[in-house]
Design a binder for this molecule. Structure first.
Ligand SMILES: NC(=O)c1ccc[n+]([C@@H]2O[C@H](COP(=O)([O-])OP(=O)(O)OC[C@H]3O[C@@H](n4cnc5c(N)ncnc54)[C@H](O)[C@@H]3O)[C@@H](O)[C@H]2O)c1
Ligand SMILES: [Zn+2]
Length: 358
């Protein structure tokens, strides 16, 4: 099977596309014009010796951590952009993972009422997921992803060679994020994922590229149907409600995609307890998620704190928890659950039986 080297995403703002290409000197010269500003993850810049092949444009280096994604930190980045004499007809070029993307895409949406941006995703997670969909998210004080809008890039260039320098934990995080797409997609994609995910974790290049490509095509289906998260796209929240609360509980020591893998286990456990799926399906997926998680578990678990984070989830309705449960591969559905004794006992049971004793 030959993979498409170009994927177009239809969007209400304007269509944009992904190219699978080498991010070499030629490619940078083709995409970066005089006056454009490059916002780059400093780790990626040094690990891939990009200084020697990037054009001599103005460069803003950032550290990829959740603090850099804060509302206060945007001030510094915007000051630098203005200092360099950036104009409305120039573009921002973002090179890095999901954090660099969130910073650059948000700024590009507000500066001069919006400028174009081009994205070179360099982390596994940003290549298989966040690079499309157009969401921008900035943290506000201790609250993650509270400010944002929709602002897709004009173009995304995916160079799989960036992934060689990613840590195994970050690759696992990307694979955890990718898992939810394959499971939501249906039986065939679920089986394909279960068969091949370990090869991605050990860094096999060809299969990694194939699975990134497939993952983006699954996401494309959902975002083109429901770009603004009102209906079908909500199903992609599978694993996220319970995952986000775990990320917050561990103060973001568990990377996003690994928290999503935990979140898939928890959503499946609740689906099993509510008799939507059989125990053997819960256990089959759990074996795969646990391999991805690789003992990146919360060190301590306080059920009341965990519940308080679940209660704050921005997708909740009234006082109920709105989450995605499953009746099997491709059969995810939106479910509202009361914060009652049942939910609390399922969560306690899950954490006591499967996590805390590890
Ligand atoms: N906007 C969206 O649609 C969206 C979707 C999912 C996640 N996110 C956000 O993205 C972030 C997580 O994404 P991420 O995991 O890509 O974050 P990230 O940008 O922090 O990258 C993870 C780590 O990998 C490093 N890194 C990136 N590329 C590398 C490379 N090629 N070699 C070596 N190290 C490299 C980074 O410096 C960082 O330490 C979270 O803040 C999450 O909220 C946004
Ligand atoms: Zn995610």
């Amino acid at each position: 099977m030959t993979l498409p080297k170009k994927i177009t995403i239809n969007s209400r703002s304007s269509n944009y596309f992904i190219e699978f290409k080498k991010a070499n000197r030629r490619n940078f010269i083709d995409n970066i014009e005089i006056g454009d500003i490059i916002i780059i993850d400093k780790k990626v810049q040094s690990m891939h010796k990009l200084n020697s092949i990037l054009p001599k444009n103005s460069i803003i280096k950032i550290s990829a951590n959740e603090k850099s994604k804060s509302f206060e930190n945007l001030d510094k980045v915007i000051r630098k952009i203005l200092f360099y004499g950036f104009k409305k007809n120039n573009k921002l070029i973002i090179i890095g993972g999901g954090i660099s993307q969130d910073i650059g895409s948000f700024i590009s949406s507000i500066i001069f009422r919006g400028v174009d941006w081009i994205f070179y995703p360099t982390s596994f997670l940003s290549q298989c997921d966040s690079c499309i969909g157009g969401k921008t998210s900035i943290n506000f004080h201790e609250y993650k992803n509270q400010l944002g809008n929709f602002n897709p890039p004009k173009k995304i260039i995916i160079d799989i060679n960036f992934l060689k320098s990613q840590s195994n934990k970050e690759i696992r995080s990307g694979v955890g994020e990718m898992a939810h797409y394959f499971l939501v997609s249906g039986n065939d994609d679920t089986n394909y994922f279960l068969k091949n995910f370990k090869r991605v974790i050990v860094g096999e290049k060809k299969i990694s590229e194939t699975m990134i490509n497939k993952s983006l095509k699954i996401k494309k289906y959902f975002i083109e149907k429901d770009e603004f998260d009102r209906k079908e796209r909500l199903l992609l929240n599978y694993g996220h409600t319970y995952g986000h609360a775990l990320e917050a509980l561990t103060k973001y020591h568990i990377p996003h995609g690994i928290a999503v893998a935990h979140g898939i286990n928890i959503a499946n456990y609740i689906s099993y307890k509510k008799r939507f799926i059989k125990e053997n399906y819960f256990l089959k997926i759990k074996e795969c998620m646990d391999y991805i998680i690789d003992n990146n578990n919360p060190k301590i678990f306080d059920i009341n704190k965990y519940l308080s984070f679940l209660k704050k989830d921005k997708k909740n309705i009234n006082s109920n928890l709105r989450c995605i449960l499953t009746k099997g591969p491709g059969k995810m559905f939106i479910h509202e659950i009361k914060f009652d004794e049942n939910l609390i006992s399922y969560l306690k049971e899950y954490f006591n039986n499967f996590l805390i004793k590890n």
